[in-house]
Design a protein around this ligand. Structure first.
Ligand code: THU
Length: 145
């Protein structure tokens, strides 16, 4: 357990996650946007890296966060996701897109997101701040008979 830059006590090292997300970004398949994104997802039992994977049929693109979470599930880990580090090209923090926020909510309703660019301070926010009033598994379960 160690404090992150917001003073939260965490079982992971924020700087290490961001370093890994920045490094894995080099493996992104981005022949169309040329915008590299790397992500690392943390659960109580593992960490999973992902990159964005684009396609000639543009809308088939998979974001880095989604690739990382798909790897987590494929490894037999259902979370909960404690944290997600995301690093994209450019200076400003690469905050997860709307679809990725929904994917993170599915497996980590309390996940903390560390979003960064090439430099500067990361943007740090809980998924509930990034996706307020989100529709998740708990709400769905209420309506199921
Ligand atoms: N991208 C991600 O991988 N994650 C995000 O949360 C934002 C966008 C990727 C998708 C696409 O390959 C490129 O960034 C430009 O949109």
């Amino acid at each position: 357990m160690r404090p992150d830059t917001t003073g939260r006590t965490t079982p992971y090292d924020e700087a290490d996650l961001l370093r890994r997300a920045r490094a894995v970004r080099a493996r992104a398949h981005v022949p169309y946007s040329h915008f590299h994104v790397g992500a690392v997802v943390v659960t109580p039992t593992g960490t999973y890296e992902g990159v964005n994977v684009e396609n000639a049929s543009y809308r088939m693109t998979t974001c880095a966060e989604q690739t990382a979470i798909a790897r987590m599930v494929a490894e037999g880990d259902r979370g909960p996701v404690l944290a997600v580090a995301v690093v994209g090209d450019g200076t400003d923090p690469c905050t997860p897109c709307g679809a990725c926020r929904q994917t993170i909510l599915e497996f980590g309703p309390d996940a903390v997101v560390y979003a960064s660019g090439d430099g500067g301070h990361p943007l740090i926010a809980r998924i509930g701040e990034l996706l307020p009033h989100g529709f998740g598994p708990h709400r769905l379960a209420q309506g199921q008979r």
